[in-house]
Design a protein around this ligand. Structure first.
Ligand code: PMP
Ligand code: GLN
Length: 380
């Protein structure tokens, strides 16, 4: 078969979830909550179905939802996107990311990817015929950071796009205003586009503000800003997200979107639109997850794992060199089998073999789940 992605296997998340089931392990691998969403949100979707919202919605998304998204971005980040021309509802962030890449990357174009990187960027670049240019994050005593000088040095006349992700999966690091200034300086005077994956935008801790690319007047002019309701409302299985982009970019995005999925399921869009009228659920999310982060960190503090900073997302990265010298993928499997706790090896987020002795745990779990995992992790 002359297929397009011969080197791509099953995602590490699926593999580790399967292994967790096989060994009866607590699954802190794949990122998803093990608790339910707000019943009010389910009720709103139920109402939408009963009200007959069950046929195709407009190609770009239900107008009330696009309005609610535009209003939220304006309130939080100060940029007023035109809901009709600049917001498109997508089938999760994954489809937004893939369509943004497919509509803008030509064969041979280079796309700078900061690694470790979430796993859906590289296959999308490959399908577009683009050339990924990986730049490794710096990892030191104080955790992960983006080496902007190396990002700048990676730019060539063929660079078409730079992908950024904050809060960052898997490292839990965040970009701050100063990072965005460095990025702006790198792209100034070029036609490089920005793809900003902000699916964890409402999970930034310790009183810090999410530095959205939408907030940056210069970067926003050339950016696809992507988010996902799966993360924000504890409904990863619903696969509803969106992209905000200047009108000219949205026109091109929608050309791909309309033949990729055409539309996104209607009742969920109505339900989410109604639910967004109250900002409390996303405004309360940082405190909700910070409590879980602190519970998990406090539990690991007395263990032989070494905690890395966790400024955002629902992930905690740890070094395990005091416990084992296995490579990350082997250690994650060993942990699942022997300690009955599943984790994700950070090496899975690199395009080249990279061992840092670090694995990722997801703390989007009931406190009792976290405590059960901790009991076992503390014994190692
Ligand atoms: N980007 C990042 C960084 C993610 O962690 C995820 C979720 N795993 C996605 C994109 C995809 O989001 P969705 O499930 O809404 O497609
Ligand atoms: N984004 C989730 C994670 O990082 C996984 C989503 C998936 O399984 N593809 O764990």
């Amino acid at each position: 078969l002359r297929t397009r992605l011969p080197h791509v296997g099953t995602t590490v998340f699926t593999q580790m979830s399967q292994l967790a089931v096989e060994h009866g392990a607590v699954n802190l691998g794949q990122g998803f909550p093990d608790f339910g969403c707000d019943p009010r949100l389910v009720g709103l979707v139920d109402e939408a179905m009963r009200a007959g919202h069950n046929q195709y919605p407009p190609m770009t998304g239900v107008p009330a939802l696009r309005e609610a998204i535009a209003a939220k971005i304006a309130a939080l980040y100060g940029r007023r996107y035109d809901a009709a021309a600049e917001i498109t509802v997508t089938s999760g962030a994954s489809q937004a990311i893939q369509s943004a890449i497919l509509c803008s990357v030509h064969p041979g174009d280079e796309v700078i990817v900061i690694e470790p990187a979430y796993d859906c960027y590289l296959p999308a670049i490959a399908l577009a015929g683009g050339v990924p240019v990986p730049v490794a994050m710096h990892v030191g005593e104080r955790g992960y950071s983006v080496p902007w000088n190396r990002v700048g040095a990676a730019v060539t006349p063929r660079t078409r796009m730079i992908i950024v992700n904050s809060p960052h999966n898997p490292t839990g690091s965040i970009l701050r205003a100063a990072d965005l200034e460095q990025l702006a300086a790198i792209v100034a005077g070029t036609d490089i586009l920005i793809l900003s994956d902000e699916v964890y935008e409402h999970m930034v801790f310790d009183g810090e503000q999410h530095a959205s690319v939408a907030r940056h007047p210069v970067l926003a002019e050339r950016a696809f800003v992507v988010s996902s309701f799966g993360k924000t409302y504890h409904v990863t299985g619903w696969k509803v997200g969106y992209v905000a982009a200047p009108a000219a970019m949205s026109v091109e995005f929608r050309k791909v979107h309309q033949y990729n999925v055409f539309t996104v399921n209607t009742p969920m869009q109505h339900g989410i639109a109604g639910y967004m009228a109250d900002p409390a659920p996303y405004l309360e999310l940082p405190a909700f997850y910070q409590k879980k982060r602190d519970l998990f960190r406090a539990g690991l503090a007395g263990s032989r794992f070494e905690l890395l900073p966790a400024d955002g997302t629902y992930f905690q990265c740890v070094r395990y060199s005091a416990i084992s010298d296995l490579p990350e993928a082997e250690f994650a499997k060993w942990l699942t089998r022997e300690a009955k706790v599943a984790a994700i090896p950070v090496s899975a987020f690199y395009s080249r073999p990279t061992e840092s002795g670090i694995v990722r745990f997801c703390f989007a779990k009931k406190d009792e789940t976290l405590l059960a995992a901790l009991e076992s992790l503390q014994r190692l």
